[in-house]
Structures are given as structure tokens and as C-alpha cells.
Design a protein. Sequence first.
Lengths: 105, 115
Amino acid sequence: AQRVTQPEKLLSVFKGAPVELKCNYSYSGSPELFWYVQYSRQRLQLLLRHISRESIKGFTADLNKGETSFHLKKPFAQEEDSAMYYCSIGSRLTFGEGTQLTVNP
Amino acid sequence: ETGVTQSPTHLIKTRGQQVTLRCSSQSGHNTVSWYQQALGQGPQFIFQYYREEENGRGNFPPRFSGLQFPNYSSELNVNALELDDSALYLCASSLDWQEPYNEQFFGPGTRLTVL
């Protein structure tokens, strides 16, 4: 069975600091991996997907098959990045429990 | 192009009752998925419908059932409500589940409280 683990429920950083949200997964085969984000009072929306290999809002995520990880990174966090972030896998999404990121001024 | 909509926004039911939640997908989206999100948890996959047929189901009992209609609307029905069914129910539509990495577009959710 596929499974996603986000070890940190809460993460707090200062503006301009680097941020890394961790995600580990278990999946047999080639995984389709996503990061979804939910800003305050907004609906859940796609942030980025593994296949795109592009930076969205300054965020990138690299798939490490050896470590079965798909960590989300941004070199310089901004206050508007404060949100709930969910790592997810598959075409019928299996979500992690989410990490609430707070970027302090 | 309008986004995914859900109704009602909030709902209160008592244990043992039945409930129907509704979702309107984005036009042209053949796939709709339903998720249950308990407080403090990530969304959990309930089931998925593709072209009006059930196309995958998560670990939920048969009292959770669904329908998808040709007009891009869908329903989630829950019979014999239990207290643990209290949660936010999300629907998400996508163009075609068979497309790799297809993006799911989420509705705002229906908050169900079972007393």
C-alpha cells in the first residue's frame, strides 16, 4: 500500500531563511508525486508535481528514489509562503498529514 | 471557466441519519474524486468516479456511496451516519485520471457534523 509521511506537523522560520519541508513515501513502482498547498481561507491547490522539474513560487522538490523522499525546498522564505503543505502520491491521491509552515517577519 | 463547487457548505446531522453531499466539477473534467479530511489530518481518499462509473475506492465501508452524472455533477451519499463521520468532505475534479500527473482541482469542501 502506498503511504506518505511528513514528519513535521509545524515548521516555523524567519523571512529570508531557507526552508525544507520533508516528505517520505512508500510505493511500489514509479511514483507520481505532488505537493499541494492550502493558504488561509483558500482551497487546496496544486503547488508542483515531480514531473515538471520547475520552480513554482520559488519552491523546488527533488525526487530521491534511493531515500524515497520528495522534500520541498525554498532558499529564501517569504511571509506569503505561510500555509499548510501536503505531500501526496498517486492518481488517487494519498496525502501525508501536512506541515503547517509559518514564516515570521 | 468556473471552479469546482460544493454544497452545502455546512451540515449538521444526527447519528443514524443519511446525508447527500453535492459537487459540480469543472466543465470537461471526466474524473471526480472524493476525500474525507478529519480535523488535523490530511485528506483521505474515499472513491473516484470516471465517466459515471466507480473507478477505485479507498478504505471506506459500503455505506459511503457515490454517483456521477453526465452534466459534471456528482454526489457522495453516507448512510447510517456515525460520530466519526464528522469531517470536511472534499471533492476534486480532473480531466482524466489516466493522464500521468493529472492535476486535481479541489472544491471548498462541505463540513459535516454528526451529533
